[in-house]
Design a protein around this ligand. Structure first.
Ligand SMILES: Cc1ncc(COP(=O)(O)O)c(C=O)c1O
Length: 390
């Protein structure tokens, strides 16, 4: 039996005691008090009362209708509450969808580096995958020609992630359109992990949701990221196709089919406060990106990146004499958590020198100061080592 070790679990062991986190990928974390305050400020006394007095019966399989109504408002007119399946987070949604769609012998197309579940859920479901490599010198863009070349007779599924974790980049709109065309022509279901959608640093860059533009498309979202509500543990899938929806809902039955009602109500509160929360979180994000850009400019002999345009994450290359794994270990020893390249690629992949930095939280500035201090302490020694190699 294969023991599948989560890539990020190994990283968490390394950074368990770090004081400064540049590892997180969510926006400013919410508190329960804040959600109640925001609801009362809006005059939404009813939702607060529901939170205090709700029944602890099972919620309906796939989520209560009031939450699904709130979620459906994020999409176009073809997506209603009946097109939403609620999960206890996006991770379990990704896995359940793969289990429902992929059978033994089915093939999926996925992209690497990337969040492990976007690459491996189809494998865990018993299928095979082709991992298409994304490259920094192509702006981490998906090349539709490579997707076409990867299609096999048994290709059933493709998993994309836009905005893209780890780099915080966005697919070009014409690439998204082309992928949908390719999927239509080849009868492939696309799951688009859109957990960082709504956090485009410039709203004009936002791509349409996959659920809105493709009748065999699925959008995966979570309140963990844009709303900063990881502890709410509510995510969802939005999709038009009712056959696929029923298959996924049936598969969900064998895991957590009924989310906690307290979580559902908190998710409703967060969604109803979206205007305020997303504006506030984007303000923090924009400030932090500017600080990171100043850092990269100041140390451009040591670091480079494809500047992020969405989400709360970026992927930075260390040009000094350490792999990203070694840098991650040394930073962890100095109390700073980052995510080295190995967290995003299958074991055995060559270390690209890239590491992921998260910038969604206001306390990130302290972590960046600590990183800068670390760089100041070590840059002389790195420069000596690099000169010796030359
Ligand atoms: C790309 C991506 N998808 C899904 C998830 C899982 O989200 P959740 O916290 O809702 O399980 C994450 C969390 O880091 C993520 O980065």
């Amino acid at each position: 039996m294969t023991h599948r070790v989560p890539w990020s679990a190994q990283h968490k062991k390394l950074t368990a005691n770090t004081l400064f986190s540049l590892s997180n990928s969510f926006a400013e974390p919410l508190s329960s008090d804040e959600l109640i305050e925001l609801s009362l400020k809006r005059g939404d006394h009813e939702i607060v009362e529901q939170y205090q007095k709700h029944s602890l019966r099972y919620t309906p399989n796939g989520g209560s209708v009031d939450l699904r109504i709130e979620i459906a408002k994020l999409y176009g007119p073809d997506i209603g509450p009946e097109n939403i399946i609620v999960f206890t987070g996006a991770q379990v949604a990704l896995q359940t969808a793969a289990l429902a769609i992929m059978g033994e012998g089915d093939h999926a197309i996925v992209f690497s580096p990337g969040y492990q579940s976007t690459q491996e859920a189809p494998l865990i479901a018993g299928g095979t995958v082709t991992r298409i490599k994304l490259k920094p010198d192509e702006g981490w863009q998906v090349d539709p020609e490579r997707v076409l070349a990867a299609i096999q007779d048994n290709t059933k599924y493709m998993v994309i992630n836009e905005p893209y974790n780890p780099a915080g980049t966005l697919m070009k709109p014409d690439v998204q359109k082309r992928l949908v065309e390719i999927a239509k022509e080849n009868d492939i279901i696309i799951l688009s992990d859109e957990v960082y959608r709504l956090l485009e640093h410039n709203e004009a860059d936002r791509l349409p949701a996959m659920a809105d533009i493709y009748d065999r498309g699925i959008s995966a979202v979570t309140v963990s990221k844009p709303w900063g509500g990881c502890g709410i543990t509510i995510g969802w899938l939005a999709l038009k196709n009712m056959d696929i929806k029923e298959r996924i809902k049936d598969m969900q039955y064998f895991a957590t089919a009924c989310p906690s009602r307290a979580s559902e109500i908190q998710a409703i509160m967060a969604l109803r406060a979206s205007d305020y929360l997303l504006d506030r979180n984007l303000e923090i994000i924009r400030k932090n990106v500017a600080l990171l850009e100043a850092f990269i400019d100041k140390y451009d002999d040591l670091f480079e990146w494809v500047k992020p345009v969405a989400g709360a994450i970026c992927y930075i290359r260390f040009k000094g004499p350490l792999t990203s794994a070694e840098l991650g270990e040394q930073l962890a020893a100095a109390g700073i958590g980052i995510k080295p390249a190995w967290v995003f690629s299958k074991p055995g992949t060559t270390d690209s020198g890239y590491f992921r930095v998260g910038y969604g939280e206001s306390i990130m500035t302290k972590a960046l100061e600590a990183l800068e201090k670390f760089v100041e302490t070590h840059k002389g020694e790195w420069s000596d080592r690099m000169n010796k190699v030359r």
